[in-house]
Design a protein around this ligand. Structure first.
Ligand SMILES: [Zn+2]
Length: 458
């Protein structure tokens, strides 16, 4: 009991005491407490997801998100707020997709599919053909042209559940979404149906970007929900000759202009040395882009809000970047890194949040060992707030291009057991963001950047 009282006293003294560099622990606690008592960015996330909604790169909704946050950030009173122009792909989904199993045994059974991002459409008549189920590229090659030509290839490799890390599970199955159409087209397939890259067993199809190959015919590609994939597979076992129909009206247009939205608190000692914190503003269009990556946007803004609310004056510039076009062309991240080469500034460190609003557990770093060791030496500050994992690992797609400039990178690590239930699907909605977890994530990022800024030595 005594211990608890002491702990609480430290926290509350931290809230009221003037913030000084001598008392890092109090500052860290104050960051978390302030965040857990504020709803500014939570309401911004609600507007982004519920009023603007899904924000496919190049769409009017993506532009509305740019305009909304540009105004919001100006109103919040940060030192500098500006737009950074970039060119983004412009793919349009068209009408809601339809698909069905056409069987002589079972009749017609509607199933849930959605076009994969950048896929060509089937045209208004749709396509119907016999289906060949495969589980690997080797199996596809083995079947060859004689078994595949004129048919639909059904890639049905499930995400591997035999791992704790859901990002590995996702990685174990996403290859069929990215490359399935191009590989199947080499053997004369006329379309592909791809099992959704998720561990969930439900009826949501999960979209995501796919890539065609130069010189290989473009064929239409759809994702099918995992439950419907299981159904199709069992129907095929009972009746290998059944047909499958799907119709998509998606189209690719010329690239369009868009923007990264940037806000910063200028460094008091070294304004040209920059700590980047970011998430991506664009999302897939079938859901609301809440966990992917509305939360990264909200948390990045929360970092700046917290620095301002606690009147922290960072030595280096703290820059929040709401990146455009992570999902399709990754142009926002590339543009920022490209311009950084000649900006005359030095990017010291870049942190991204793009793993959903699960409970924050720590950070993973693409950085030198000394930097990771330094962060580990601060673990007592973080433990009280649930963060314990500070290890080597991935950072984020948007900050990744800065690696070429030698910038150390990191990503916020969250409990991701639920993340792929939502990822790229109609299920990625505001209701699946927990307010507390969102705030803890933003405060965690602010705490890390506060300590790095204070202790940065070249
Ligand atoms: Zn994302």
């Amino acid at each position: 009991m005594k211990l608890i009282v002491t702990t609480l006293m430290v926290i509350f003294i931290g809230l009221n005491a003037p913030i000084s560099a001598q008392n890092n622990e109090n500052v860290i606690n104050s960051l978390f407490l302030n965040s857990l008592n504020d709803t500014t960015t939570y309401h911004q996330l609600r507007y982004l997801t519920k009023t603007i909604g899904g924000r496919l790169t190049g769409s009017p909704q993506a532009m509305a998100a740019v305009e909304y946050f540009y105004e919001q950030l100006k109103q919040m009173g940060f030192d500098t707020v500006y737009l950074q122009e970039t060119k983004v792909p412009h793919w349009v989904r068209g009408e809601k997709e339809t698909a069905r199993i056409v069987s002589t045994k079972y009749g017609r059974e509607d199933v849930n599919v959605c076009a994969l991002g950048t896929s060509i459409g089937t045209g208004n008549n749709g396509i119907v053909a016999n289906v060949v189920e495969v589980h690997s590229m080797e199996e596809l090659a083995k079947l060859g042209i004689k078994n595949i030509k004129g048919k639909l290839v059904f890639f049905n490799h499930p995400a591997d559940p035999n791992t704790y890390a859901t990002f590995s599970s996702y990685g174990s199955s996403v290859w069929q979404r990215s490359n399935g159409a191009a590989e199947a087209a080499k053997f004369g397939a006329i379309g592909v149906i791809v099992r959704s890259a998720t561990l969930a067993h439900d009826y949501f199809p999960h979209t995501g970007v796919m890539r065609y190959q130069e010189g290989i015919e473009k064929i239409p590609a759809v994702a099918i929900s995992t439950n419907d994939a299981d159904l199709l597979s069992s129907r095929l076992k009972a009746e290998p000759q059944l047909n499958f129909f799907f119709k998509t009206t998606c189209e690719q247009f010329a690239d369009v202009k868009s923007y990264n939205v940037i806000a910063e608190i200028k460094g008091s000692k070294s304004p040209n040395e920059v700590f980047v914190v970011g998430g991506h503003l664009d999302s897939w269009d079938t859901g609301e882009g809440a966990n992917d990556d509305g939360i990264g946007v909200a948390q990045s803004i929360e970092v700046l809000r917290l620095f301002m609310a606690l009147n922290l004056k960072p030595a280096h510039t703290i820059r929040a970047i709401l990146y455009m076009d992570e999902e399709v062309g990754q142009s926002g991240g590339s543009t920022y890194a490209e311009l950084a080469k000649t900006s005359g500034e030095k990017n010291l460190f870049a942190l991204e949040s793009d793993r959903g609003a699960g409970l924050p557990l720590g950070f993973s770093f693409e950085a030198p060992d000394e930097l990771i060791k330094k962060v580990q030496s601060w673990q007592d500050f973080f433990l009280r707030w649930g963060l314990y994992s500070f290890t080597k690992g991935g950072s984020g797609v948007d900050v990744e291009p800065l690696k070429e400039l030698g910038v150390p990178l990191a990503g916020l690590v969250t409990n991701s057991q639920e993340y792929f239930d939502y990822h790229h699907s109609p299920n990625d909605v505001f209701e699946h963001v927990n307010y507390r977890e969102l705030q803890l994530g933003g405060a965690s990022m602010a705490a890390l950047l506060y300590l790095l800024d204070l202790n940065w030595v070249e």
